[in-house]
Ligand binder design. Sequence first.
Ligand SMILES: CC(C)(COP(=O)(O)OP(=O)(O)OC[C@H]1O[C@@H](n2cnc3c(N)ncnc32)[C@H](O)[C@@H]1OP(=O)(O)O)[C@@H](O)C(=O)NCCC(=O)NCCS
Length: 122
Amino acid sequence: MAELRGSVVGVAEFQLHCDFGHDEGREAHPGEQTFVLTMAVAHAARRGGVGRALLAEIARRAQEAGHTFLALVPQDGGDAADRQAFFQACAFTLYGPAGPGAAWGCPVSEAAAKGTAATAGE
Ligand SMILES: CC(C)(COP(=O)(O)OP(=O)(O)OC[C@H]1O[C@@H](n2cnc3c(N)ncnc32)[C@H](O)[C@@H]1OP(=O)(O)O)[C@@H](O)C(=O)NCCC(=O)NCCS
């Protein structure tokens, strides 16, 4: 959950220990990782760095747990290009084959270095 000046402005759900890549038969999958299930930022708070801060906090927790990689599958739909631009800005890149359900990922060290604007906590 992310708070800004006392209000909740964003949430993220993630699986700290995940073998998503191997389970899905993704050969390019780089090992034991943390998987971001979903995230959302309130409309009024978007483009203020909240999403980036949420991913950075997840990355920090993944690092604490000994993982080196964050992975996710961006939602399809009308805003898919915007979402991909967001994840790219947060250091994520496509890995494995492109197409529906394609996985994106990044080293936790890179994602952890990105977030600053909001306070992300429990
Ligand atoms: C995707 C989402 C979480 C981004 O949250 P956010 O707090 O607005 O993102 P940030 O402000 O941290 O953005 C960081 C960078 O990502 C990029 N970015 C973010 N939103 C973008 C958009 N709509 N279009 C293009 N680039 C975007 C920008 O480079 C931005 O940096 P800048 O504002 O300095 O240019 C938010 O738009 C959202 O909740 N969308 C609806 C739900 C959703 O799509 N969740 C993801 C499901 S997989």
